[in-house]
Design a protein around this ligand. Structure first.
Ligand SMILES: [Zn+2]
Length: 118
């Protein structure tokens, strides 16, 4: 049974690495930057999502970067921030939000201590 899985929505038998069910378009693997990365893996994740060759996305990104100045880089970094580094992982921005929530709700004895100068 290795190498196959079933679609969670329509129970169709599919390959293990299929990102989206071809029948009902149910997402089977969440977007992540895990495999085939060159820098931070955003282009590879986008290529997997769009089902195109990663080098095609990288060339398109480089052209966009040359034309747009800093905007493409900002989009790249935002994409990295919203995409988990591994399959089933937590996105960096989500980790930051979780950390801030923990700090905000921590009991007084778990709060980071700062020296108080008056
Ligand atoms: Zn399906």
């Amino acid at each position: 049974m290795a190498g196959t899985k079933r679609c969670t929505a329509c129970s169709k038998e599919l390959g293990a690495r299929v990102v989206r069910c071809p029948e009902c378009h149910e997402r089977l693997i969440p977007m992540h930057r895990g495999e085939g990365r060159t820098l931070l893996g955003a282009c590879a994740a986008l290529a997997r999502e769009l089902n195109v060759d990663p080098s095609l996305v990288r060339v398109a990104f480089m052209v966009t970067l040359a034309v747009s100045g800093g905007t493409a880089l900002l989009v790249y970094l935002l994409l990295c921030g919203f995409t988990p580094a591994v399959e089933g992982g937590t996105a960096p921005l989500q980790r930051l939000v979780n950390w801030l929530a923990r700090v905000g709700n921590a009991p007084a004895d778990e709060m980071p201590r700062y020296e108080r100068r008056v």
